[in-house]
Structures are given as C-alpha cells and as structure tokens.
Write a protein that binds this ligand. Structure first.
Ligand code: FAD
Length: 389
C-alpha cells in the first residue's frame, strides 16, 4: 500500500476515533460496557477485517496500515481497541495460518464483516505465563472432541461468535479448537472488575463437555500451543500500537493543559521541569512507534517469505520488544500526564487517570513484560550460541 492511501486510511480511523470513541470513552469506562453500535460502525468501515485478504471479504491491509489504524483507535479508546486487536490479530491470524479451506471459507468472511467477533481463550486460572501448563482437556469421543475446563480473562468472551480455545488433546499435546459460544457446554462467568480498560469485557469461560467436531479442530491436534505463540506475535505488535495510541492521548492532554494552566503567574509549560517531561514523553512515544512499525515490517517480511521468525531480527523478538517498549512507555507517559495535571489529574473528571489505568494493562496481557524480556533474551542468546550447543 502506498503512503497516500495509508494516510487516507489513517485519517479515516482518526475521524472515527475522534467522533465516536473519544467522546464516549469515559462513559463506557464508568458503565463498564461498550455500546454495541460501535462494533457495527467498526464493521461498516471494514476495520474488523483489516488483516483478512480481500478475496475473503476483508480489507487485506499490510501490517503498517493495520498498526496505523490501531494506534488511532487507541488514541480514542483503548478498551474498544483491545477488542479489535484480539479479533483482527491472534484470532484472524490463527484461522488464516492454520485453517483448512472449509474453515477459512466458513470463518474469514464472517470475521471480516463483523458478523462474528473473535475471542482467544488461552489463559487459565492456574496457567497464565506458563501456558504450557494449561489443564483444559479435549477428549476424543465418537462425536468429536469434548472440551472441559475453565478459561480466564477471555476478552470478547460473551460478545464473541467464535472463540479459539486451547485444550490438552493428550498429556503431552495441546490443540486449538474453533468453538461457537452458542454450543451446549459453553458458559460465560462473571465479568472481571478491572483496573482499566473497563469498557472491555473480560470474562471467565467454563467449558463443560462442549463437543467440537473435527471440522472445529484447527490444524494438527498437537500443535495448538505453537500456533498460539505464533499468533501472539501479531497480537503483540498490535498491543504495541495500542500502547502508542494511549500514550499519544495522554501526551496531547498534558501538552494542552501545560499551556493553559497557570501557577506563579506563568503557564506550566514555561517551567523547565514541565518542558523536560514533555520532551521525554515525546521521545518515548516516537521511539515506541518506530519500534512497533519495525516489528510490523518484520512480520510483513516473514509473511512474504522474506524474513525470519526467530533470532534477534526475527518477528518474535521484535514483536516482544515492541510490546515491551510501547507498554512501558505508555504507562510512563500516562503517569507523567497525571503528574502534569496535578490534583486534577487524580480526579475521574479529567481524562488522564483513565489513560494511566488503561496503559497498565498493556504491560500484562498477551504476555507480561517479564515474559517479553524472557522471549527477547531467548531469541538473542539462541542466535548467538555456537552451532551444536
Ligand atoms: C485486561 C486483560 C485481558 C486479557 N485478555 C486475555 C484474552 O483475551 N485471552 C487470554 O488467553 N488471556 C487474556 N488475558 C490474560 C493474560 O494474558 C495473563 O494475565 C498474562 O499472560 C499473565 O498471566 P497471569 O495473570 O496468570 O500471571 P502469572 O503468570 O501468574 O504471573 C504473575 C507475575 O509473575 C511474573 N512471572 C511469571 N513467570 C515468570 C518467569 N518465568 N520469570 C519472571 N517472571 C515471571 C509475571 O510476569 C507476573 O509479573 C488478559 C488479561 C488482562 C489483564
């Protein structure tokens, strides 16, 4: 996609975020719920099918265009963006990368049109960072696979029409299943009361003997965990863009406020301490954005068969680095924005405390930042080891 087209799409996303998300974000945060019409509008714009190929009814965006849109949406509201990023990222990626022709034909057009919202159910009460320890089982019977277990923190869990569930198909094997939440044995638990991203629905899901036929098994029944971790590469780049959007919003509010608010007869922006904060905020946002787009380009190259997944220049390390840098920058920037607002920053009536609460989530989901450091160091060290070690 050329730059002019990208700028046009970016402007469309910005207008949407400014018109539909930003003015309602505080209300959704308070109500702990996002109005349904937003998903219909996102679908109308095609933003639920950004990474679905045009031949399957999507917009077929390249990664950079996708990231530009996510950043703009997150500048409007990070809770909506989390739903979009999971739907367009890991969920769509799993179907695209491992779905059979029938699965792709069944799900991709519906994911692209927004008829179906996607969810990703990997985490469990006792298996978060250590996902390989998950205990949900998929037992093969005459009618298919019977799924039993509890999934935790499923974003879009009750809104979704398709949930990718990871379950143990054998003591040493994990499979990925395309589950329709209407099926018997799918029960949505209570909504989590979260610190930030309060509009986004994060729920527990009980799987009580839900049966999935072979048409719902994604790829090889022993490769589900590998698929999940690969799908998290695109997920993490998306969270990088989400974090940049949050940080930008905080920075913009802080800049405006620093020019307006006067103390000691001068605008805050005239104090060296404030200017230094603003400069550092700008530097961190620009750095996080650059790294996020570098990871996006690495992913694009990998998808085109022109770049590696592993090693220091590979998608996995760069996606983890982008999420790490962008999420920590977002929390830092939002924290400084609260500081610049002073007492008002600590009040719910002003927008920056929400941005700080939202930013913190980006350090946790799709792999915590401790896990991001582990992933990066593993990729770097593996590449540096002498052959055979
Ligand atoms: C808002 C929100 C939305 C979410 N959405 C989804 C979703 O849609 N689907 C889904 O599957 N999951 C989702 N999650 C779950 C999320 O991915 C997990 O919370 C996350 O992976 C961490 O797992 P945990 O909470 O069990 O923490 P733990 O794994 O128990 O970790 C606790 C702490 O220990 C640290 N730690 C753990 N292991 C190590 C180690 N080896 N070295 C160093 N430090 C370590 C962690 O970094 C963390 O600081 C969501 C979470 C949140 C908060």
């Amino acid at each position: 996609m050329d730059t002019a087209e990208q700028l046009e799409i970016q402007a469309l996303a910005r207008d949407f975020a400014e018109g539909e998300l930003r003015p309602r974000a505080a209300e959704w945060d308070e109500a702990r719920s996002i109005d349904d019409d937003v998903f219909a509008k996102l679908a109308e714009l095609g933003f639920l099918g950004m990474l679905v190929p045009e031949s399957d009814g999507g917009l077929g965006f390249d990664l950079s265009t996708y990231l530009l849109v996510l950043e703009e949406l997150a500048r409007g509201d990070a809770a909506v963006t989390l739903s979009v990023a999971i739907h367009c990222g890991p969920v769509t990626d799993l179907v695209l990368a491992h779905g059979s022709d029938e699965q792709k034909a069944r799900w991709l057009p519906r994911l692209a049109s927004g008829e179906v919202v996607g969810a990703f159910a990997l985490s469990e009460p006792e298996a978060g960072s250590d996902v390989a320890a998950l205990s949900t089982t998929a037992e093969r019977g005459p009618d298919g696979w019977a799924l039993r277990g509890t999934k935790r923190w499923v974003t879009n869990g009750s809104r979704a029409g398709l949930v990718v569930v990871f379950a143990r198909t054998a003591p040493d094997a994990i499979g990925a299943f395309l589950v329709e939440p209407g099926s018997a044995g799918y029960r949505v638990g209570g909504r989590e009361r979260t610190l930030g991203l309060r509009g986004s629905e994060t729920v527990a899901v009980e799987l009580d003997g839900l049966v999935v036929g072979d048409e719902g098994l994604l790829g090889d029944p022993g490769d589900g965990l590998k698929y999940a971790l690969q799908a998290l590469d695109v997920g993490r780049v998306g969270i990088g863009a989400q974090a940049v959007g949050i940080a930008r919003a905080a920075f913009e509010h802080a800049t405006t406020y620093a020019l307006e608010r006067r103390q000691f007869g001068r605008a805050l922006a005239e104090f060296g301490a404030t200017r230094s904060k603003l400069a550092e905020m700008h530097r961190r946002i620009a750095g996080a954005r650059a790294l996020t787009h570098e990871a996006g380009r690495a992913l694009q190259r990998f998808r085109e068969g022109a770049g590696p997944r592993t090693g220091p220049e590979g998608v996995t390390a760069l996606a983890a680095a982008a999420k790490l840098e962008a999420s920590e920058s977002a929390t830092w920037v939002a924290d400084e924005a609260v500081q610049i607002f002073g007492g008002y920053g600590y009040m719910r009536d002003y927008p920056v405390e929400k941005l700080l609460r939202d930013a913190k989530g980006t350090e946790i989901y799709e792999g915590t930042n401790e896990i991001m450091r582990h992933v990066i160091s593993r990729e770097v060290l593996h590449a540096a080891r002498p052959a055979g070690e």
